[in-house]
Design a protein around this ligand. Sequence first.
Ligand code: G3H
Length: 535
Amino acid sequence: MKSLNSEKETDSLFPDSADIPERFRMNSPVIQHEYLINGELKAWNGDMQEVRSPVLLKGSSGLAGPIVGSYPMLTEKESMEALEAAVSAYDHGRGYWPSLSVQKRIACVEAFLSRMLLKKEEIIHLFMWEIGKSLKGSLEEFDRTADYIRNTFDAARDMERVSSKCVIEQGIIGQIRRAPLGVVLCMGPYNYPLNETLSTLIPALIMGNTAVIKPPKLGVLLHSPLLAAFQTSFPPGVVNIVYGEGKQIVPPMLRSGQVDILAFIGSSRVSEILKSLHPKPHRLRSVLGLEAKNPGIILQDADMELAIRECVYGSLSFNGQRCTALKILFLHSRLVTAFLQGFTEMIDRLKCGLPWEEGVEITPLPEMGRIEFLNGLIEDAKNNGASIINRSGGIVNGTLFHPTLLYPVNETMRIYHEEQFGPVVPVVPFDDIEIPIRYIIQSSYGQQVSIFGKDHDVIGRLVDILINQVCRVNINCMCQRGPDIFPFAGRKDSGEETLSVSDALKVFSMRTIVATKDIHGNRKIMKSILSGRRG
Ligand code: G3H
């Protein structure tokens, strides 16, 4: 690797605790002894998992990540207790929560949201120390999640308005509405731990399901300020939270056959294992957001400045740790010199530093082993003929991995196929547009693509082909999930089901119908049943 770990440089990038502005300092670790089951915050006296920050600090024995806190390492016994609490709160659809009206369920979530807003500062602080997300990125995730919840209220009310009406067709009166499915197991990812947990949990709850949450491996403690909010906002058993080693506590819940929906954001490998544990897999609805390898295709007439800017942020925001990140660029060979030069200048200017620093773009990587993995991909690419193009490419300072541009990349290299989930940008030159098209068709993934160009005929033809390969084609802009009212999905190994503010309400429910023949007194019975619905 290039000038790997220059100690002097590394030292200058990480501070003494005293150098950190007071409001961002990691003062007292969060020792979370409690977990939530059946409306009770239970105290745990067993093993605890220590959480160390990826944000390193200078100390007497060199650089080290300070302790952010610790959380309980529960066992199968507690995870099954949590599941039983959710199962009994649902009570085959006869429980208090699934019988409540949507409006009353929304009122509980509104109460939760108000309590969550009060915890914003604490949560943002933990975001930065626990997963190294920038202050700006952490605030965005928090606010986006709050907006998502508010928009879900509107979408649920709209859905209710439509379903409260009766339809008369061929002499049959029917009221079609959406009903809950049962118990949802919510497992979010570490890169969007708050957003992608709550953007499945909240619609699931509003539709009348009950839940067990298992927070991601990293980004656990940032949920701790919400424990009391969950406890006080929802009836017992509606929301339960378990902590611990996923391999120990998750499989028993699935094996029991009592999980009705698996809402999981992570890898296709793990999702396959989890799904296969359910004794009756056809009864399990899976809502999955999985890995991706979104390509950017830069056509020969692309607006260079725009393409460079979108590709830099598309591939490197939050260090490339977004499932929607651009993870491979196909560059028309006529543009190589100008594009690589512009791209290089821009990424070498990106500020690498600490999450709370003004203008910081590249922050410490939280995941153990990710740096070795990225180094492995780079070495493999170099051995197969690629070079690191930018000056600071390949430099690692502690947990900071500098953005690295690799060129020319081809199909013999691991990075051509594997998701890097980090700040490494592989560029493949092409003359024949069939090269990126074939790549996308043959890829195991099918989430999104970005096309950069000006000729609407060429772009139109590409859109027609690619829209049947991926779920979103972006023109002259990077890949992304938002706005959250847009459908977000993945084909092949990139996901299952569609999420968006309104789609999520559908995914976590099913259409049911109350019907009768339009004869005799049936109309009166229908009217009285529907208007007299309790809850
Ligand atoms: O990691 C996957 C996220 O859902 C991506 O969301 O495109 O808004 O960053 P984003």
